[in-house]
Design a protein around this ligand. Structure first.
Ligand SMILES: *[C@@H]1O[C@H](CO)[C@@H](O)[C@H](O)[C@H]1NC(C)=O
Ligand SMILES: *[C@@H]1O[C@H](CO)[C@@H](O)[C@H](O)[C@H]1NC(C)=O
Ligand SMILES: *[C@@H]1O[C@H](CO)[C@@H](O)[C@H](O)[C@H]1NC(C)=O
Ligand SMILES: *[C@@H]1O[C@H](CO)[C@@H](O)[C@H](O)[C@H]1NC(C)=O
Length: 381
């Protein structure tokens, strides 16, 4: 009798222990998975996830996040194969650095290759190593470089769905798409996080060429800021005479920089304000310079109808739009120190976005779960 009881107790204890260990394992796995899913940097290194605390000294200091993928050195043969010998079919654009080609690597990865003619230099590889170590969900990753036969190349991940400007006012058919205010807010929020990540380094990495054409979107409409650090890199390696001039398209350029010639993190905030204005108006600020002055009257209801993209219809709340325009106006203050820091812009956009979602959902408006870019609302935060 007592023998059976002991056996039963031992068995019960075994079951409890088994279930307990199982639960513990499940908890660890689940917890880990949720960490990696919310991670901005796709890294399990907590110092990298913390964003602003990454150990990185720029420019040119030798320290960057440990455990990062680092820069890969590509050989020319590999890139010839990827681009069919840099065939014109694969030429997808011209940037400040040089021609841009699309390439398919042997492992199936699609890349964008920026190529220019220049003598090999040590500064180039040093700088690429630092920039390659910066990884963030909302930044286009620099994968590596190639220096051969008097060619310097930068190899980036390829972002398939083009720039936000091509979706807003480009010549392609993409510009006829209807992007609701909520989607535009998600794009703004993502791009802001990318820029804020750069500003979180010590010293801040100032983009210096932020514009709507440099915000790319992937197939899920996740925004990725392109060309981070490229201007610094080009200044260090020299070469093209145009690098001594401010590279930002003029309308995006902080008026203080036009006078002093020197950039700071708040110069990017001004450029970001112009981006927000283009995003909400669907217009190209280069050809409609009155946009910026119009935004200054953001409190006037007439401004909303004259600035806001008519393609949005009535898919937004007046309150949310006013708050958005107030933020835009703030970013566009002519005095740099009056502009908010990017970290604030991120939280403000997040707040406006969440509020807009809850208000438009409560009112039963639209069909927020089946439209373009809807994946963002479950994945972006
Ligand atoms: C993110 O992590 C996954 C799993 O480790 C990996 O397969 C993927 O290539 C990573 N993506 C980037 C952009 O690093
Ligand atoms: C690329 O060039 C190499 C050497 O010139 C040649 O052997 C190869 O066939 C070319 N490949 C293509 C796809 O044109
Ligand atoms: C991305 O581009 C592809 C090809 O142009 C298109 O078929 C797809 O619908 C686009 N995705 C989004 C979310 O716009
Ligand atoms: C800049 O911000 C200050 C303080 O908020 C405000 O008084 C001023 O009118 C703003 N100037 C411009 C040009 O936006």
């Amino acid at each position: 009798m007592s023998g059976t009881l002991v056996v039963a107790l031992i068995a019960a204890a075994g079951v409890v222990a088994f279930v307990g260990i199982g639960f513990l394992l499940w908890y660890c796995l689940f917890h880990r998975r949720s960490i990696s899913r919310t991670s901005e940097t796709n890294s399990s290194d907590p110092s990298v996830q913390a964003g602003g605390n990454v150990e990185l000294t720029l420019p040119g200091g030798g320290s960057y996040p440990s455990g990062s993928q680092g820069a890969r050195s590509f050989v020319l043969d590999e890139l010839n194969l990827a681009t069919k010998n840099f065939s014109s079919i694969n030429l997808i654009g011209y940037g400040k650095f040089g021609e841009v080609y699309k390439g398919l690597l042997q492992d199936g990865m699609i890349v964008a290759i920026k190529s220019r003619q220049a003598a090999p230099s040590r500064e180039f590889t040093d700088e690429v190593r630092i920039l390659s170590s910066i990884r963030h969900r909302n930044l286009v990753s620099l994968l590596g470089y190639c220096q051969e036969k008097d060619l310097q190349m930068l190899i980036y991940e390829y972002i398939p769905n083009g720039s936000v400007s091509s979706h807003l006012y480009g010549t392609s058919q993409m510009s006829s798409e209807k992007l609701e205010f909520k989607h535009r807010l998600s794009i703004a929020h993502g791009a802001a996080k990318g820029l804020a990540h750069l500003h979180g380094f010590d010293p801040p990495l100032v983009h210096r060429n932020f514009k709507t054409g440099n915000v790319l979107v992937d197939e899920d409409f996740i925004p990725k800021v392109a060309d981070a650090g490229l201007r610094n890199l080009m200044e260090r390696i020299g070469g093209s005479s145009s690098t001594s001039q401010p590279m930002a398209d003029d309308v995006f350029l902080d008026p203080e920089v036009k006078q002093s010639g020197s950039f700071c993190a708040k110069s990017d905030v001004y450029s970001f304000g112009v981006f927000l204005l283009e995003l909400v108006s669907g217009r190209d600020a280069r050809s409609d310079q009155s946009l910026i002055t119009k935004a200054q009257n953001y409190q006037d209801p007439g401004t909303i109808s004259s600035v806001v993209d008519p393609r949005m219809g009535s898919s937004f709340t007046t309150e949310g739009m006013k708050e958005f325009l107030r933020l835009v106006f703030w970013c566009l203050n002519t005095t740099a120190e009056r502009r908010p820091p990017m970290s604030f812009v991120v939280s403000e956009l997040n707040r406006i976005h969440d509020k807009e979602i809850s208000l438009t959902t409560v009112m039963g408006e639209g069909t927020p779960t089946v439209t373009l870019g809807s994946q963002l609302f479950t994945a972006a935060k």
